[in-house]
Design a protein around this ligand. Sequence first.
Ligand code: FAD
Length: 393
Amino acid sequence: MGELADFRDEARAWLEKHCPSGAKGPGQLAWGSRSIALEADVQLWLERMAERGWTVPTWPKAYGGAALSRDQYRVLIEELKRINARTPLTGRGVNYIGPTILELGSDEQKRRWLPGIARGEGGWAMGYSEPGAGSDLASLSTRAERQGDQFFINGRKMWTSDAAHCDYIFVLARTSPAKPKHQGISLILVDMHQPGVRVSPIRLLSGASPFCETNFEDALATIEDVIGGVDNGWTVGKRLLQFERSTHAGINISGSQGGRTEVSRMPQFIRRYVPLDDDRIADANLRRGLIEYEMNGFAQRLTQQRAIEEAKARAPGFTSSAVKLTGALHIQSGDELLLQAMGTRGLGAGDGFAHEELAATRDWLRNKSLTIAGGTKEIQLNIIAKRVLGLPD
Ligand SMILES: Cc1cc2nc3c(=O)[nH]c(=O)nc-3n(C[C@H](O)[C@H](O)[C@H](O)COP(=O)(O)OP(=O)(O)OC[C@H]3O[C@@H](n4cnc5c(N)ncnc54)[C@H](O)[C@@H]3O)c2cc1C
């Protein structure tokens, strides 16, 4: 106990001294992309935290981490939150592919990739979905043909978030087309700065382009870029998905972002928009909805805590599907509740709306994707039924 208290004192003092003011509160987040310039304080914060191993606090020191125990990790996150510090580094590098390499990569792959990921050197895209393969991911048709120690990759990946600003992509590709569909797939790391990789942003209604289509035309990778063995990509790719889902669920303790959902500010916010009766919300339905929402939020925080404590690795296995799903549904129910309370003020666009009203509308729309990204709600329910509850296939 004393050691943990000492660690807290030391971490607190160091963070207070070294976290620049421009890395506190909402603002820019570093995620490794080489083509996005970082603000000076964000860059400084990244460098200082990486130097200490705290961008990936639980990773071994040899790979850029600080080898913190689970308790020390929890304390570090609490201390970061206490001073309102932003995570120094986020993204698919530290949260998805990094922990996958750490668990399933060879020693050589760990040495080659992990220290750079921990320092935020390169942004990573995720090449899973295709026009004909989303929920039924094993139907993917992108091929990686082997010639000697090289692979030539051909195919088309859809919805590759942020790919226009990424430097690397981890790709699920078919390496043995003759084998049954789950058995002939490999997870391959691909350098995106080569002529065989072409990225086309997909423009959304809003005008923004967070998604891309990524085409491979004889893109090159080598046998050393295959994680977990050739034709073993289904197992490796599923583990990576658990890291993704755990990140969404706030229960991945690879990066420095983990930790539970914040306590909600919903009651205070809603009260500004609805009639009060003797200082309490007049509408009984809304009161009931709000109480339910707050209780679910409390239960979600406890479940996150339990999932982290019970996990035998940096993220749990199938449990990640359950916590991701309940977390997403909780957020969406909050958005609906807000809309119910705010009425037309919660459907803002353009002038005449306060910043937080526009944000509520945007969140309501954007958060609908939480039950699609990383596997849809139905897919998580299937996994929970089969893998957690043991129901028949
Ligand atoms: C914000 C966001 C970011 C994303 N980023 C990436 C990324 O970076 N890289 C990447 O590879 N992909 C990404 N995706 C794609 C995402 O993984 C897919 O959208 C998702 O897996 C669903 O696939 P689909 O869109 O093809 O839908 P489909 O699989 O066609 O599903 C359509 C509907 O059918 C239902 N359905 C399908 N199969 C079953 C079943 N067996 N049982 C019950 N219902 C079923 C689904 O639940 C869904 O409601 C992203 C998606 C979003 C929304």
